[in-house]
Design a protein around this ligand. Sequence first.
Ligand SMILES: [Zn+2]
Length: 377
Amino acid sequence: MQCQCKDLMVIFEEIAPARLAEPWDNTGLLVGAAADAIKGILVTLDVTREVVMEAAQKDAQLILSHHPILLQGVKSILKSQYEGAIIYELVKNDIALYVMHTNFDAAKGGVNDCLAQALGLKDISVLKSAPAGAFLKLVVFAPESSAEGILQALNESGAGQIGGYSHCSFSTRGTGTFLPGEKTHPYTGKRGELCRADEVRMETIVPVERAAGAVAAMLKAHPYEEPAYDLYPLALAAPGEGLGRVGFIEGDMDIRAFSALACEKLGATALRVFGDMGKRIQKAAVCCGSGGELIETAASSGADVFLTGDIKHHDALKASGLGLALIAAGHYHTERVAVRPLIARLQSRADKLKYNVEIIESEIDTGKAQNFVGSPV
Ligand SMILES: [Zn+2]
């Protein structure tokens, strides 16, 4: 089936919900239109002019990038400017751009999970949990004869999941009242007459990103012309969502051995390590990209070492003061590990939905500008 950008955006939202993006971030569809027909998606960490040209050459109508563009207010789009040239190239080739950034870092199965798994950590948990607001309570009132069908539609649309339990709901019987107006077509009762109907109140839980689909499925299964339903925000966070991860290292090793392992697993040429190289470590905290702001959280989690992409001088001093060893593995290398798992998830979801779309990895190494040169002594 030929799919449109908006069909794929539903999958992107399931994988990296927009609510998990940091307030300063710029995620979602940044260039293009929801109605664009998509046959190919090029997945990349960074969108550069070269990546756009690669997408055009490989017949990809959509670029899925981790890092955004357009973080600052835009006053002009000039070919002579860095971002202007990228946008110009996208528009010229009619290629859409979708970004999943900090929302994909924080998501369950996102960049931080991929990083922790790549390093072989065990018993992985979230370092800094995402704020509450992951779920809604959906309440709907319906005649008893339709209740089962409505609950089934809700369950199939992703509602009613609590941890490992599916089909979670609660129902109570009661009396609904309504007075059908002149132009109505009531399922039960008569126009102009107050009706008292035996009804069931059903309530279930739904993740925010699946609420629109669940409501649409419920309305389709509901016999009333104007079904009554409520959506309440819940002060609950979803387990497994948030920034950074912490877990246990398999075997007994020191910082030197763990750094060598990280170098190999992340495909990095070299790492910067701060701390006593001989320190024995058991517990490691990780954060993809620039995780400096999580140094104190990592230290209080009981981790012996914190691995992230970029580290500033003052962050290194802070970690040293807290007795936490630090590894700067490079921004690119701490995030590249998520690209292939993401492609596999997307392709499997698209195939299940019978979308005729091919998802490929960009061959442009946007981390290659980094070189390591020793002093010529
Ligand atoms: Zn990043």
